[in-house]
Design a protein around this ligand. Structure first.
Ligand SMILES: NC(=O)c1ccc[n+]([C@@H]2O[C@H](COP(=O)([O-])OP(=O)(O)OC[C@H]3O[C@@H](n4cnc5c(N)ncnc54)[C@H](OP(=O)(O)O)[C@@H]3O)[C@@H](O)[C@H]2O)c1
Length: 379
């Protein structure tokens, strides 16, 4: 029989256990949209040493709730225990389930959460409900880390668009390819592995039609056994120039392919792509092709919270120019492409990111011969 009360942890133990809860939730990042990938631990401190008695992560497809899963595992051991959750418990989910009711009924003594719910309608309400019911609540533990893990959920709730990460493989002289279309930037296996992980952790990945025509990519996860974790593939293609024979379209039966077209796209091309398994989404025209803010809004309405943009130059320039790239990941390869190269930002210098006060470096690493630099937009 579990004891009725457990000891309260010190701040360092709280942070360590919250880091573990965040890692647990992160396992399903990219597979839970539109729900956040929540991680939950239920911990007892009877002997002074933390003992985890329940674990929960939002399952793929968000077919359950992390808190309910963790409470089910803990059973009676939840009475008097502490819950570590990567986001504020919800009073009522869309399916009618209530995290807060379940926590109160289970006899939880203390709830430690990393951040408030970013939904303007719900933010703070779950914590208040728990406090009213007599539970101790500590919030904001590892808040910055949680805001990164839940960046997609936050962006969709607060800005009505996905969180956008722009990835570019760039040569030493700031090029992403050669104007002849010839492939020059072959990243090493370490950078390739990192890109696969980025694809797994995103809901959708996007390119412009220029890249589809030049490189014929499939954009699937190319790790043996993990193809089903591939993101939805999205192409910006105003006039529907994408070939039904392209690798993207050929794989559309297995991994969804959405093509965002302008209002005047030819009907015959539309029918051919639909017949081949692609879904066509209409968007108004905007700067450089389709209207990017409108396209991003549409993706968010379809549940997309995290969007990886894999180029090319014009799409990258549009995103950066319109202030829509929240994160930028550059893989810098030690090759020089020369004057016939395609500039990473279609004419604009990369310093629009590298020297901009709007971006700060949050990670730098050598991946084989490639140097990866990750930037986050600060404003
Ligand atoms: N190194 C890397 O990481 C990397 C990654 C990707 C690509 N690349 C290279 O980049 C080159 C392709 O670059 P790219 O600039 O030609 O192609 P892109 O950026 O992939 O596609 C540009 C095209 O997308 C369409 N588009 C629709 N809406 C747009 C919008 N709002 N903003 C911008 N474009 C929009 C436009 O064509 P429509 O008007 O017809 O719709 C536009 O011409 C290739 O050489 C490729 O190999 C390198």
């Amino acid at each position: 029989m579990a004891a009725a009360e457990t000891t309260i942890a010190d701040p360092e133990t709280d942070r360590r256990l919250m880091a573990a809860a965040l890692r647990l939730g992160r396992r399903h990042l990219g597979s839970t949209f539109p729900a956040p990938a929540v991680g939950v631990l239920i911990v007892r401190f009877d002997t002074g040493v933390p003992v985890i008695v329940g674990r929960g992560a939002t399952p793929p497809g968000a077919s359950g709730h992390a808190i309910a899963i963790a409470l089910d595992e803990a059973g009676e051991a939840a009475r008097g225990a502490t819950v570590y959750t990567s986001i504020e418990p919800t009073i009522r989910h869309e399916d009618g389930a209530s995290d807060t009711d379940r926590l109160v009924a289970a006899g939880i003594q203390r709830v430690v959460s990393a951040m408030d719910d970013p939904d303007p309608q719900r933010g703070g309400a779950g914590h208040a409900r728990l406090r009213d019911a007599g539970l101790q609540v500590s919030s904001g533990i590892l808040g910055e880390e949680a805001r990164r893990v839940h960046a997609g959920f936050i962006a969709r709730m607060q800005a009505g668009r996905p969180h956008v990460t722009l990835k570019l493989a760039v040569s030493a002289d700031g090029m992403i390819g050669r104007s002849s279309g010839e492939r020059v930037l072959v990243s090493g296996k370490e950078a390739f592995a990192r890109l696969q992980a980025m694809r797994i952790e995103t809901d959708a990945t996007l390119i412009g039609i220029g890249t589809a025509l030049a490189a014929d990519p499939s954009l699937i996860v190319r790790v043996p056994g993990l193809k089903s974790l591939s993101p939805i593939r999205v192409v910006l293609d105003t006039q529907l120039r994408l070939s039904p024979q392209s690798a993207l379209v050929q794989g559309a039966g297995e991994i969804p392919l959405w093509v965002i077209a302008g209002p005047e796209a030819p009907e015959a091309a539309r029918s051919a792509l639909v017949a081949a398994g692609a879904e066509i989404i209409s968007a108004p025209l905007g700067s450089g092709g389709v209207d990017l803010p409108a396209a991003l809004r549409t993706l968010a309405e379809r549940g997309i919270t995290r969007l990886l943009v894999e180029g090319g130059a014009r799409v990258a320039a549009s995103l950066v120019g319109q202030g829509l790239a929240d994160e930028v990941v550059l893989f810098r390869a030690p090759v020089v492409v020369g004057p016939d190269g395609v500039r990473a930002l279609a004419g604009r210098a990369l310093s629009a990111i590298e020297r901009s006060p709007r971006y700060r470096i949050i990670e730098e690493a050598m991946l084989g011969d490639d140097r990866m630099v990750r930037y986050e937009r600060t404003s």
